[in-house]
Design a protein around this ligand. Sequence first.
Ligand code: 13P
Length: 337
Amino acid sequence: MKAHDTVRHLMRQGKGILAADESTKTITERFEARGISPTEAMRRAYRELLMTTPGMEEYLSGVILYDETIRDTIAHGTPYPEYLFSRGVFPGIKVDLGMAHDPQFGGLVTLGLDGLRKRLVEYKALGARFTKWRAVAAVGTQPGAPHVRENASRLAVYAEEALAEGMVPIVEPEVLMEGAHSAEDAERTITETVATVIDALHARDIDLSHVILKTAMAVSGSNASVRATASEVADRTVRALTSAVPEEMGGIVFLSGGQSPEEATANLNAIARLEPLPWDITFSFARALQEPVLDRWAGNPENVDEAQSIFLERLSLARAADAAGYSASQEEGSLAP
Ligand code: 13P
């Protein structure tokens, strides 16, 4: 399948991409915060709960898996990629190896270029159609800071290699929500960071129509005393992206970044209200889809059905938001009229 067709499938109207690619370290923290035993068996049970949810294919065009899951099978023995594919959902894979502070570049730099080609070949053989690589930058990072440039350059090398293996790259230069900054500061850092990545992709002559950008929204920092409204977040996010991202980009998907499910969904809705935009947009949340599911499941097999209903509900609200048709009153138990 050509990269163009994969992009079209992933960005199909009415669908989004589930990020279920938490590293073992990250999912362990999320389990432990809820008293769930962080064993391999529990990770399998949880990921099976998500991916066997009846009807999830109505809302999802793709799922980003972690290495452990792409090699795994669901209970009746079907490998995950084959199972997802049979439901019309494309399997994707996180291919970076996390990040480390690198004194040479003065900041956090994403690891994983060593041996990348070999891993890509293996993931392709396992059935992956697309891939993801995440880098991070804090709000307020100086434009052109060495670690931002290095991360952009590695994102471009990764994108080129993924395309050479016939898999679509999702390039994710995440601007972090942690901090007390304003939405205006977030807008500035997103504009500069994304522009640096686009320059790096251009420098390698990469066809942007075969690449999907995964970005944060321009939200107030998690510790900010004043929170920007959804309409301000939307204006700032769209202004940042319009200035930095050429219209030929294959699509733009949003991460949730630590926003609550309600906040991320309301902000996506406000962004969608500004359509038409130069690119197709959709959601690619992890936490804003999964947190209430994990809370309800809590590691108890008796809670699987209810947890799956909550997952479907969050997916349906995210889809409504992507079509600018969400309102807070649709939240279950909401006091809004
Ligand atoms: P969040 O939606 O929890 O930010 O996760 C998305 C993601 O893919 C992070 O790499």
